[in-house]
Design a protein around this ligand. Structure first.
Ligand SMILES: Nc1ncnc2c1ncn2[C@@H]1O[C@H](COP(=O)(O)OP(=O)(O)OP(=O)(O)O)[C@@H](O)[C@H]1O
Ligand SMILES: [Mg+2]
Length: 392
């Protein structure tokens, strides 16, 4: 086993451990919440009976209110632990998300720029509208809290495919067609320790009284109940992307083969320079690109990327680069390369709003952007689009 294989294996094991931990917490929380829900229901029923038979009592009102608060908390925990009964119906996610976002806009500080982008026909999902709205609300609220002085909230709804080749970055996915909604903010971001615990119920970094630490765990539980996935990508001081994948409903008229999970991934034989400082991401991209036929040269940071570019420039067809990196950022790398050769095709990978990127690089057709955490089909599609763009 090469060191790269070992690292990939380790990343998979960690992801599996994380999934198992969430399973356990979910089961435990569910069992406790169920018990408490019953107790609180009984208390509320008795309080109601007392209120009916006796004189009005302030004490009794407070008792009822307190029990009510407890019952609501138990309900939220049941949502996390997947004990909620879903009212499933076909939902056009693009429209639904657009409307939901519109209604949430008012709750955001004045300095927040809200952007929405969607595939024309991103697809239909089978979902509980109230639950989907809650998921979006929890994620939008977190984005808001992460940007107290405003910023950009970018929301994207896309058709997505997940396959076995996505396992390194999206552990244990069921291969198939999905509709994804990604919410990116330009907020404070999360460090690795926060990311590792973010789905745990009651985990919060916010002051007492501000956060209860249930938003993410509820979103996670509700997404799971829809047989979907919730993936996060974040960098401290830069921002966060939360991406939810819902299984797509197979639309009538679309042949089975078109939605089949093992549909061939688009590949090629060109040479690609891949610049990425995150080892897991780099390995995942490298293995994927090599598997579909590309020659891949890798670099571990921006400066290393520029050196590699200079060493291999004659044979390079495309540069894929992360944006946030030590020494030289992806944008700096882009500018340096552009200064040396105008026609180079560049694909940026980042977890943060694309429009800011458009401001930096203009409307160049030889530049594209893919949101982290990307899927194999998304990445490979963008690579092909750029490579087929006519040379300068
Ligand atoms: N978009 C984000 N940017 C930065 N940090 C985030 C983001 N979303 C979640 N977090 C971190 O994860 C923690 C847990 O989030 P979660 O939504 O579960 O709870 P909370 O927001 O603290 O409280 P609650 O949602 O119950 O009001 C947050 O306290 C914060 O540290
Ligand atoms: Mg929250």
């Amino acid at each position: 086993m090469t060191p790269d294989d070992a690292a990939a294996q380790l990343a998979r094991e960690r992801a599996l451990q994380q999934a198992e931990k969430m399973e356990t917490i979910g089961r435990l929380t569910g069992a406790i919440a169920q018990q408490f829900n019953e107790l609180l229901t009984a208390i509320l029923a008795r309080a109601a009976a007392l209120a009916q038979s006796g004189p009005p009592s302030r004490e009794l009102d407070v008792l009822k209110e307190t029990a009510q608060r407890g019952a609501e908390l138990a309900q939220r925990l049941l949502g996390f632990s997947r004990h909620r009964v879903l009212d499933l119906q076909p939902l056009v996610l693009t429209e639904f998300a657009r409307d939901a976002l519109e209604s949430m806009r008012r709750g955001l500080p004045a300095g927040t720029d809200v952007q929405f982008e969607a595939d024309d026909d991103a697809g239909v999902i089978e979902a509980d509208p109230a639950a989907v709205k809650q998921i979006l609300l929890h994620l939008v609220t977190n984005a808001r809290d992460a940007m107290p002085r405003g910023g950009t909230l970018h929301v994207e709804v896309r058709r997505a495919r997940l396959g076995a080749e996505d396992r390194p970055l999206h552990a244990w996915v069921e291969p198939g067609s999905y509709v994804s909604v990604a919410l990116s903010d330009t907020g404070v971001g999360m460090d690795a320790r926060t990311l590792a615990r973010v789905f745990e119920p009651f985990f919060t970094t916010k002051p007492v009284g501000v956060g209860t630490g249930l938003g993410m765990s509820m979103a996670y539980g509700l997404v799971k109940q829809h047989r979907g996935y919730l993936h996060l990508y974040s960098e401290v001081g830069q921002g966060t992307t939360a991406k939810v994948y819902f299984p797509a409903v197979r639309t009538r008229g679309v042949p089975e083969a078109a939605t089949a999970a093992d549909e061939a991934l688009p590949g090629g034989t060109e040479t690609i320079l891949l610049v990425e400082d995150d080892q897991t991401m780099r390995l995942a991209a490298q293995q994927l690109l090599s598997k579909v036929g590309y020659r891949v040269v890798t670099a571990v940071d921006g400066q290393n990327g520029l050196d590699a570019y200079r060493a291999h420039r004659a044979s390079l067809n495309l540069v894929i680069t992360d944006v946030v990196m030590p020494k030289l950022s992806g944008f700096d790398l882009y500018q340096a390369i552009r200064g040396e050769a105008r026609g180079v095709r560049v694909l940026f990978m980042s977890g943060f709003p694309a429009p800011n990127f458009r401001k930096t690089v203009g409307q160049d057709p030889r530049v594209a952007f893919v949101t982290k955490p990307w899927t194999a089909s998304e990445l490979l599609a963008q690579v092909r689009v750029l490579l087929e763009e006519s040379p300068a």
